[in-house]
Write a protein that binds this ligand. Structure first.
Ligand code: PEP
Ligand code: MN
Length: 360
């Protein structure tokens, strides 16, 4: 697949003067809950009401969704508020039921995108329906797998497409529930500038206090929309309680977020430079993170050296590291002088750390 202008037409047709906002609970719980949230979102920037009906859970035993019954509640919310409705589909049967209930936007969940068989089944079931389909990134950071799912839908004549960035799972615990790995969606955006890119900060964060900053980063990176889990009583939500925000918090976020919507040559330059600067910020964050991780390992080595009475400075090993880094740097167009300076500084910090450990 290559970039095609038509990919984003559905979004342009909405005629919004701000990014698309999809909001609503992680799960539809009761009819009252769905309707109340829909009414609280009705006159906000949110255009689409989301709610999970079938919930894919990593482990069994958690709330697995109300099933097809919830589609009636969504349909009623649509009738009462005029909002468009969206839900997750994970097989052909879900698609059939969602179509029957006039669901406007169908999304493919992160655990489904990983399976080409299921994505194909969904694509076949959607063929010729003219629906809008959003593909969440697969749980693992694999751009080809993500694009492959988009391609299967495109080949099945589904042209109203978009992607949702919801982060990637990692074995080690980080501050995020799912690591954003911004570089992946940035690469995707560079290759498919017309494919709408939507951020799901809720599943990246896993907690509500960092959702705002994630949204702002995405807007600075020129994302086209946000999908935010919203519930009037987040703490008592039946799923993903820690990450949901109330409709009034959502309204406040929309007021406080800086959205770049002006156009013109000077603005275009400003937008471009802001996007590039945000990309640099993302990488700088990663650099600090990696340096911190490296230093933690140096600390462990310090402890080991202490218990075995070994000297901190191991000149032979250090020279080997430097030699390798200079060669690797050359491949990336980084001068020997620069690599030497950076790694001498890193090495000195390690030695300081280990000296402290050994002398404590
Ligand atoms: C969801 O949107 O509630 C959901 C289950 O998301 P994901 O597929 O990103 O885990
Ligand atoms: Mn959820």
């Amino acid at each position: 697949m290559e970039n095609k202008k038509e990919l984003g037409n559905w979004l342009n047709n909405f005629g919004l003067d701000h990014p698309l906002v999809i909001a609503g609970p992680c799960s539809a719980e009761t009819e009252e809950q769905v309707l109340r949230i829909a009414h609280e979102l009705k006159d906000t920037d949110a255009t689409v009401l989301r709610a999970g009906i079938w919930k894919p859970r990593t482990r069994p035993g958690n709330f697995e969704g109300v099933g097809a019954l919830g589609l009636k509640w969504l349909q009623k919310a649509k009738e009462e508020t005029g909002m468009l409705i969206a839900t997750e589909v994970a097989n052909a049967n879900h698609v059939e039921l969602a179509l029957k209930h006039d669901v406007d936007v169908l999304w493919i969940g992160a655990r489904t995108t990983v399976s080409p068989f299921i994505v194909q089944e969904i694509a076949d079931a959607l063929k010729g329906t003219g629906k809008t389909v959003l593909v969440k990134n697969p749980v693992n950071p694999d751009l080809a797998l993500w694009l492959g799912a988009v391609e299967r839908l495109y080949t099945a004549d589904i042209k109203n497409l978009g992607v949702i960035h919801r982060g990637f799972s990692t074995y080690e615990k980080t501050r995020y529930r799912n690591n954003p790995e911004w570089q992946l969606p940035i690469d995707l955006q560079n290759r498919f500038p017309d494919l709408p890119l939507i951020l799901d900060p809720s599943h990246i964060a896993g907690r509500r206090d960092i959702i705002f900053d994630l949204c702002q980063t995405a807007l600075d990176l020129n994302y086209d929309g946000l999908m935010i889990e919203t519930h009037y009583d987040p703490d008592n939500a039946w799923s993903d309680a820690a990450q949901q925000i109330t409709p009034s918090t959502l309204i406040k976020f929309m007021d406080d977020l800086k959205i770049r919507k002006e156009t013109g040559e000077a603005t275009e330059f400003k937008n471009k430079i802001n996007t590039l600067r945000t990309q640099i910020d993302v990488i700088d964050h990663q650099l600090i993170d990696m340096l911190g991780k490296r230093m933690k390992i140096a600390d462990d080595i310090g402890l080991l050296k202490k218990s075995h009475n070994v000297a901190v400075l191991q000149t032979k090993r250090w020279n080997e590291i430097l030699g390798k880094m200079i060669l690797q740097g050359e491949e990336k167009n980084l001068s020997e002088e620069f690599i030497l300076r950076v790694f001498k500084a890193v090495h000195q910090e390690s030695i300081n750390h280990q000296d402290k450990i050994i002398n404590s």
